[in-house]
Design a protein around this ligand. Sequence first.
Ligand SMILES: [Zn+2]
Length: 425
Amino acid sequence: MHFHTRRRFLHTTVGSLLCSVLPEWGSVLHAQKRSVARYDLLVKGGHVIDPSQSLTAKRDVGIVGHRIARVAENIPETESRQVLDAGGMIVTPGLIDTHTHVYDGVAPLGIPADPNCIAKGVTTAVDAGSSGAHTFPGFRKYVIEVVETRVKVLLNISVVGQSTLSQDTPFGELLNIGYANPQLAIRTIEQNRDVILGIKVRLSRNIAGKTDMEALDLSKQAANAVELPVMVHIGDTHSPVDDILDKMDKGDILTHTYHGRTGGILDERDRVRPSVVDAVDRGVNLDVGHGAGSFAFGVAEKALRDGALPGTISSDLHQFNVHGPVFDLATTLSKFLYMGLTLEQVVRRATTNPAALFGFPDGLGTLAEGAEADVAVLSLQEGDFEFVDAMKKKRIGHRKLSPVATVKAGKIYRAATIPVPRAKK
Ligand SMILES: [Zn+2]
């Protein structure tokens, strides 16, 4: 199936996601016929995990308009116009995916945001470098302001963003270092601070060639000027990872932390490199960015053993991993459950931690009263589940988180799996 036009895409996907107009949602959602209602929506009976309030308990969440109004033990259904039955489910703040690619139609790896984010519990998706200064205006106009998912941006230091590299054209966006333009990045950020959260730079050999350190310097120059972080993509870089980390400051983000290619975070004895420990000590955030080639169980298991836990767990969801091995953020979270993190720890890394990292002003990543009413309803299934990493290595886990429903700004979206057309090979 192809979504020929944006309008058609919106009708076929968003239209079907908006459960409030769908009668078949009736089993879990029902309207209260009361003239006086204190709440517009009540998320009822779920097990709430909200690390921002150290809360893990059965709670009801009352919503008024687009704000969380009350989180309490037993809010009567009669007090709400609509009730979302979350009995037996996990209820968390709307998930924040720190690394995605949703510039559908322009970046060859881009995928539609809504079927892959808001339909999967992710209310806020950070697009990591799909757009650069030249292509950002189109991203804002044709994607960010149109989709239901709240999309934030890490602006690629290359003006062309990730529009050059594809399966057919092996030419990364920084092979010509002249495309890195800090002045234009600064201007674009200053005009779009409501959306842009920082700079993205990809340093792999096939993207930045031998000028990776120069690309990083130019990224830091732009980021320092606007006082925002840089997200640095590693994996098979020309320069050693120690040199790259040495340039990174508090608040900067290392992504693809647990990749299994050359230039990784483990030394020859398979211990976490001292440069990584130093970076974490001074406040560099380790991000997962699973992706199609950037997450190896073998690396992650050893790094976790040494205490190098991620600060944020993200999917790096894009065209070449959405059909597996990534699928969605909940699956990546489940892989960290398999590796021994607690439910509270994985939820924290997709809610509280990214919210703090980016300093979201509207109260995202929390169910605190007064915060934006973003909620994820997830099931936690038990059984035998096969998880595959980016190196095709398999593990069998016994718990799996799956999205059931999402609330963004007080509006309900049901979980859905909508086909994303495969890229032609
Ligand atoms: Zn990426």
